[in-house]
Design a protein around this ligand. Structure first.
Ligand code: SAM
Length: 292
């Protein structure tokens, strides 16, 4: 069964009376090399420990089958009930795979990951061709869960991939880039042209891999203050850091904000997009001390 063949996809979907659901961001892979490359990137085995994979949005099971060939166990969360009978058929040869008909945003990931993988002595990673309408919320849910994922390998829109992997100072670097750097190291692996999907989306895609930090790369007094500082620094992109922070930290006044910037060793005229995670951590600690 070649699930990337157009004729196979059309046959199986029409036999089950299923059509593409735009509202669920359904763009299925039709280039056989892409699921293979994603699965190779996601299923890294540094030692003998069994490998579990959480997949989000299996669709008709194209990537799932590649993952099931490389991992010891795959759990796939699919929101679209209409696809479940198709997945029963396409994954019938892979007893190490289970599909759960559930919205990832409403799933208790902590319980799922503990019961399905960690309690069985497995390492766990995430792999997905993500639905584009909900990419950032899913990524933030995954990293904020603080679950011990080794890596998160996902296909996302190319522009979003550029933003998530931009270095400080780059025009694409934003609050999400800095926030994500706190949780892991993000690398861009390869680009996937729009023509590799059915239906073809309007834009190209890219695969990124986030390797989660075991310990945060910076130590801060208060994590919430770090994220508030990052948010504040990008609130008004075209303004200086001091001006941009004045909305989020209005209670400190201009002088307070200027003092915190100076105490963290930054130039008074710097813009938020030039700050590295280390800069944000120092600044967040100074703002925290002032606020006390
Ligand atoms: N993995 C398949 C592939 O690569 O061909 C399909 C990828 S398609 C871009 C995204 C998939 O995510 C669809 O199957 C869609 O129904 C599913 N999906 C969308 N929103 C979801 C959610 N909130 N939770 C779980 N699955 C979701």
């Amino acid at each position: 069964m070649r699930l990337t063949d157009l004729s196979t996809i059309r046959e199986i979907m029409s036999r089950h009376g299923v059509s593409f659901q735009k509202k669920f961001g359904q763009n299925f892979l039709i280039n056989p090399q892409v699921p293979t490359k994603i699965a190779d990137a996601a299923c890294v085995r540094p030692d003998d420990m069994p490998l579990g994979i959480l997949e989000i949005g299996p669709g008709i099971g194209t990537l799932t089958r590649e993952l099931a060939e490389r991992a010891d166990k795959v759990i796939a969360l699919e929101i679209d009930t209409a696809l479940i009978p198709i997945l029963d058929e396409t994954l019938a040869d892979f007893p190490n795979t289970s599909v759960i008909n559930q919205d990832v945003m409403k799933t208790d990931l902590t319980t799922l990951i503990e019961n399905e993988f960690l309690s069985q002595g497995m390492r766990v990673s995430v792999a997905a061709n993500l639905p584009y309408y909900i990419t950032t919320p899913i990524l933030m849910k995954l990293v904020e869960s603080r679950l011990p994922f080794e890596t998160i390998t996902v296909m996302i829109q190319k522009e979003v991939a550029q933003r998530l992997t931009a270095p400080a100072g780059d025009s694409e670097y934003g609050a999400i880039t800095a926030a994500l750097a706190y949780y892991g190291k993000t690398e861009r692996l390869f680009t996937v042209p729009a023509g590799c999907f059915l239906p073809a989306p309007k834009v190209d895609s890219a695969v990124i891999r986030i390797t989660l930090h075991k310990e945060p790369p910076v130590k801060v007094i208060d994590e919430a203050m770090l994220f508030k500082t990052i948010r504040g620094a990008f609130a008004q992109r075209r303004k200086t850091l001091a001006n941009s922070l004045s909305t989020e930290f209005s209670h400190l006044g201009r002088e307070g904000i200027a003092a915190a910037i100076a105490a963290s060793g930054l130039d008074a005229s710097i813009r938020g997009e030039r700050l590295t995670l280390e800069d944000f951590a120092r600044l967040a600690d100074e703002l925290y001390r002032l606020g006390k």
